[in-house]
Design a protein around this ligand. Structure first.
Ligand SMILES: [Zn+2]
Length: 285
């Protein structure tokens, strides 16, 4: 056996599972169940990554190394971070939605987009199988069943993530302002009858609005024409260099007037909050 090798986690073939005596073991494809030692925190993380119902932790791959007669398993884990509830006063928060991240809050919290590549690939795979069989045949129907299941999984994972984040924001806020940027990532494939919208900022915003209304949190939508991206949140002047679709790639910039250095999304989120406060007649913070 080579001293180092890597196993990619496909269909949960790398996971933590209980043996017949109820002890946690690492299940590795081909090697079977292996005893292991780690800290309580990592054990919990790995168990969550092995749980099909927990979409926030994913084991991507594991590298097994041999050193001084011992084996070490180094896990590559993807962990979707949902911020903990803050302790203290409720937030007045502006939110810049969509683009490279799902959202950036005016307090600096960044919320990443969900990685839906595996789920999307599954949908495409089953659609491809369907296209290779005669419509209505047993194989076609079986592929169709898996296709529908893959779609359900995709949508559930996204819904869970959005609901978690919406709950976090609404629970910790008294005033929420958004502006929908309407930039959407699509995935196309020749086997797919239509493109899949990977992340759905509009869906996230609708859920947020609904939840705010239910919980009595003030919710304001800033008009799309408001130049939240180009405006300097410090001196309020417009930076013309940021206009146009070709400048979407600029992630941070210096204000040509007051020379403040801005993160594009955070600056926009602060402007969105201030615009919302202006709309309801409160002075800028
Ligand atoms: Zn400025």
């Amino acid at each position: 056996m080579k001293s180092t090798f890597r196993i990619i986690n496909n269909n949960n073939n790398v996971r933590i599972t209980k043996d017949k005596n109820g002890y946690d073991k690492i299940k590795l494809a081909k090697l079977g169940l292996v005893k292991f030692k780690t800290s309580k925190e990592y054990r919990e993380l790995l168990c969550r990554g092995s749980d099909k119902n927990d979409s926030s932790v994913k084991i991507k791959h594991v590298t097994v190394k041999r050193q001084h007669g011992k084996y070490y398993a180094v896990f590559n884990v993807e962990y979707i971070y949902v911020p903990e509830n803050i302790i203290g006063p409720l937030m007045q928060v502006g939110i810049d939605i969509g683009c490279t991240k799902l959202a950036v809050l005016s307090n600096g919290t960044e919320i990443p987009n969900l990685d839906l590549e595996n789920e999307t690939d599954n949908i495409i795979r089953h659609q491809k199988t369907m296209s290779h069989h005669q419509k209505g045949s047993i194989r076609y129907l079986e592929a169709q069943r898996l296709y529908n299941k893959a779609w359900e999984k995709f949508l559930n994972k996204r819904k869970d993530y959005y609901n978690k984040l919406v709950n976090y924001i609404v629970k910790n806020s008294s005033f929420v302002v958004v502006q929908n940027e309407n930039i959407i990532a699509w995935k196309s494939n020749k086997y797919l009858s239509h493109s899949i919208q990977l992340n759905a900022p509009r869906d996230f915003m609708d859920r947020l609005e609904k939840k705010c209304q239910q919980e009595g949190v003030k919710f304001i939508k800033v008009p799309r024409v408001f130049p939240s991206t180009q405006k300097c949140s410090k001196c309020q002047k417009i930076n013309e260099n940021l206009k146009g679709i070709e400048n979407l790639g600029i992630r941070d910039w210096d204000c040509p007037y007051c020379h403040t250095h801005h993160d594009r999304d955070l600056n926009a989120a602060i402007n969105i909050l201030n615009k919302g406060l202006e709309i309801v007649g409160t002075t800028v913070q």
